[in-house]
Design a protein around this ligand. Structure first.
Ligand code: F6P
Length: 549
């Protein structure tokens, strides 16, 4: 930390944390009847209830002091203005421009990037219209029925998560599939269900050099040509999404079938760009633009709302409170919404690739703990798996619950059962169950004194386990856009306070480099001696197994 006011704000929070030793959330709710009103925020029908957090008005005041000391407002202005805040790659970070109103102008390096954004959106609309209008035909003249997106990381997780989340809005007659893993099983199992003449591959890669994506794309092309027996079919069945035209041409895709995006769009922030093409193909361009509009709603809120009433700022500060002052190591995202089943996986990349950093923006070792381990599963499944640890384990796991008031699939009272569970979980985590309450229950069940004494410690819930609840009317494209942008900006705010760069990912490089060395060694018949004993031993043992019949 360079700025003394930041150190002061940090120290004030450390002192404040000590005052929390004997405070119980259930008491705070009893004492303050307005706690829900005090600690909720709304954006249209999206409500954030953060009242079940280990906070008082004083905590928030101190957290906001930290945000101000970190000069959050200036950093936010630099983000939206297209300043090159991704310092290690010398790039602007402008995913917000991708969902900005059509009349905006935004200059980067003397060029109005909005002209490009509008051009590609138009190109996407025209292409989606041709596919949906059955005018874009496969090599036998049949229209396209199946889209296969081949990409990984940011070129997969966002579109895959959005398509799954918005399945009720799918365009009739179009199915979307996502192949990311280099494990040949992923592509093979996907293609088993498809026929080449009606399948369109979208090869999505910012760099167009990613090993997994190129391997899958080459295999997909071979599968197509095994059916078509004419290389001209590639042009009807392969389109590319990339920032690198030369690499797309090198792969053999006609640049006329390429959808461009730009180096100022980070991979894990790219679903709003042409990387969203499978979303637009699956849902239609109008729905894709509703998703963009939802994200823009959150962009506007993030820019305009005062810090104390600003959803991304509040979520970020609460995360910092637990991560840095309560030593929480993890963070659970728990959608009570089956459509959001892939949201935790998507957020793992967004949060952990962005905030898993050990050096500050100017390359000094960080002095504070940075991003937590994020995990999650849809409710109610998680309740029957890992919630035990969250309720009674020794670790503090702050949670975000997400739920829609109305289901797209009303079935008897199942949605009410789902709602009852999400509200109950947040309540249980907050309230806990005291010794006296647990004892009274066991007594009422008719247990003997000795039995009660033995069971009692196991039946107590400490409570004081914090959570946020995000509730919205229905999971629409617009609401999903708002939710995703909310988490994007949360990550940004935390990056400002931790003084890290959330927009690079050098930590993924070493493994890639080493895999490139090992691949030829695996293919050669010679025993390998070039690594440490463990790596040599594993490679040679594996080679031995592969020689067995
Ligand atoms: O895993 C590292 C990474 O660079 C991610 O940040 C990115 O989203 C992914 O690989 C895919 O990269 P590309 O879109 O260039 O294929």
């Amino acid at each position: 930390m360079k700025r003394p006011e930041l150190d002061d704000a940090w120290r004030a929070l450390q002192a404040h944390r000590k005052s929390w030793k004997s405070v119980q959330l259930r008491d705070l709710f009893r004492e303050d009847k307005k706690r829900f009103e005090r600690f909720t925020l709304r954006l249209n029908d999206l409500l954030l209830d953060y009242s079940k957090n280990l906070i008082t008005p004083e905590t928030l005041k101190l957290l906001l002091r930290l945000a101000k000391a970190a000069e959050l407002k200036d950093a936010r202005a630099a983000l939206f203005a297209g300043k090159k805040i991704n310092l290690t790659e010398g790039r602007a970070v402008l995913h917000t421009a991708l969902r900005a109103p059509a009349d905006l102008n935004l200059m980067v390096d003397g060029h109005n990037v909005m002209v490009d954004v509008r051009r590609v959106l138009k190109q996407m609309r025209s292409f989606v219209g041709r596919v949906h209008g059955r005018k874009w035909k496969g090599y036998t003249g049949k229209p396209i029925s199946d889209i296969v997106n081949i990409g990984i990381g940011g070129s997969d997780l966002g579109p895959a998560m959005v398509c799954q989340s918005l399945a009720p809005y799918a365009h009739p007659g179009i199915r979307a599939h996502f192949v990311s893993n280099v494990d040949p099983t992923h592509l093979s199992e996907t293609l088993k269900r498809l026929t080449p003449e009606t399948t369109l591959f979208v090869v999505a890669s910012k760099t167009f050099t990613t090993q997994e994506t190129l391997a899958n794309a080459h295999a997909a092309r071979a599968w197509l040509l095994a059916g078509a027996r004419d290389s001209r079919a590639v042009a009807r069945h392969f389109v590319a999404v990339s920032t690198h035209t030369e690499e797309v041409i090198r792969f053999g895709i006609d640049p006329a079938n390429m959808f461009e995006f730009w180096d100022w769009v980070g991979g894990r922030y790219s679903l709003w760009s042409a990387i969203g093409l499978p979303i637009a193909l699956y849902l239609g361009m109008d729905r894709f633009e509703e998703l963009l509009a939802g994200a823009h709603d959150m962009d506007e809120h993030f820019q305009a709302a005062p810090l104390e009433a600003n959803m991304p700022v509040i979520l970020a500060l609460l995360g910092i409170w637990y991560n840095n002052f309560w030593d929480a190591q993890s963070y659970a995202v728990l959608p009570y919404d089956q459509y959001l089943a892939r949201l935790p996986a998507y957020l793992q990349q967004l949060d952990m690739e962005s905030s898993g950093k050990g050096v500050t923006r100017d390359g000094q070792p960080v002095r504070v703990s940075t991003g937590p381990v994020l995990f999650g599963e849809p409710g109610t499944n998680g309740q029957h798996a890992f919630y035990q640890l969250i309720h009674q384990g020794t670790k503090l796991v702050p949670c975000d619950f997400l739920v829609a008031a109305e289901s797209h699939n009303p079935l008897e009272d199942q949605h009410e059962i789902l709602l009852a569970n999400v509200f109950a979980q947040a309540e249980a985590l907050m309230r806990g169950k005291t010794r006296a309450e647990a004892r009274a229950e066991l007594k009422a069940q008719g247990l003997k004194k000795k039995e009660i004494t033995a069971l009692l410690p196991h039946k107590v819930f400490p409570g004081n386990r914090p959570s946020n609840t995000l509730i919205y009317h229905r999971l629409t494209p617009r609401n999903l856009g708002r939710l995703i942008a909310l988490y994007e900006h949360k990550v940004f705010v935390q990056g400002v306070i931790w003084d890290i760069n959330p927009y690079d990912q050098w930590g993924v490089e070493l493994g890639k480099q080493l895999a490139r060395n090992i691949l030829p060694e695996l293919k050669s018949p010679e025993a390998v001696h070039s690594h440490d004993a463990s790596t040599n031993g594993l490679i040679n043992y594996c080679k031995g197994l592969r020689e067995e019949p």
